[in-house]
Design a protein around this ligand. Structure first.
Ligand code: PXP
Length: 251
């Protein structure tokens, strides 16, 4: 039995990494991700997500404190399971820390975290984050094995990687899109039954967001690249508003 009602509001976390990517392309301070965070707050976004990568290719250390000072929105810090990132998280105390896999050579976070295989490496990180009052989330594939590992790690939240779903949708592969959607929906239900709050994100767009947003157990979507891309044409305010509207239509 689902523990959530279908009409419950689905939160939208906006990932502002790629505002920083554009800024860093010229090495100056424009466009400032802090201004993006303020705009997200002003149009009713529910949270700011930022990934401090090992190579600092977009968000940088000093951005975190500036984002936290500029808005009251909860900050969801995406981080690799390393000692360096743990120390940064403990210093900044974001609302949530989402542990993601990270390879220096990848263009984006290409797959889910192997929470099952990396149990021993992740346990102390989850424990120290939780002890500091930071809500731990694990960015995993929608599979029973990974969900079970998240439960054993005591994670209150998981975020399902929607990349495979988004790729299948982009390729026009209706069968695979439906299979991926079903997998995410089944795992969202199972997570809720386990008492874990399920989130989802990666590769979501205006075109593919609604079937995911309609999964009743999902509590939050984290969306970045597409919104920042759309913002180039229509402005961040309009892009976030449109995404919010599309999500609300199916709740
Ligand atoms: N959620 C997590 C955990 C991520 O790492 C990312 C970025 O890779 C996103 C959501 C947002 O994905 P996108 O930028 O494709 O919307």
């Amino acid at each position: 039995m689902s523990t959530r009602l279908p009409q419950q509001k689905l939160r939208l976390g906006v990932n502002i990494d790629h505002v920083a990517t554009i800024r860093n392309a010229r090495g100056g301070d424009h466009p400032d991700p802090v201004r993006a965070a303020e705009i997200v707050a002003s149009v009713g976004g529910d949270g700011i997500t930022a990934h401090l990568r090992e190579d600092r290719r977009h968000i940088r250390d000093e951005d975190l404190a500036r984002i936290q000072a500029a808005t009251d929105l909860p900050l969801n810090l995406e981080m690799a399971a390393t000692e360096e990132m743990l120390e940064i998280a403990l210093r900044h105390k974001p609302h949530a820390a989402c542990i993601v896999p990270e390879k220096r050579e990848e263009r984006t976070t290409e797959g889910g975290l192997d929470a099952a295989g990396l149990h021993n490496q992740i346990v102390p990180i989850c424990t120290r984050l939780a002890d500091a009052g930071i809500r731990v989330s694990l960015f995993i594939e929608a599979s029973e094995r990974q969900l079970d590992a998240a439960r054993r790690l005591g994670a209150p939240v998981v975020e399902f990687h929607t990349g495979e779903y988004a790729h299948a949708h982009l390729d026009g592969d209706a069968d695979k899109t439906a299979r991926e959607l079903e997998r995410i929906a089944n795992m969202a239900r199972l997570a809720a039954e386990m008492g874990i709050e399920p989130h989802a994100g990666h590769g979501l767009t205006y075109e593919n967001v609604q079937p995911i947003a309609a999964i009743p157990e999902l509590a939050e979507l984290n969306i970045g690249h597409y919104l920042v891309g759309e913002a180039v044409f229509v402005g961040l305010e309009s892009a976030v508003r449109r995404m919010r509207e599309l999500m609300d239509q199916v709740r």
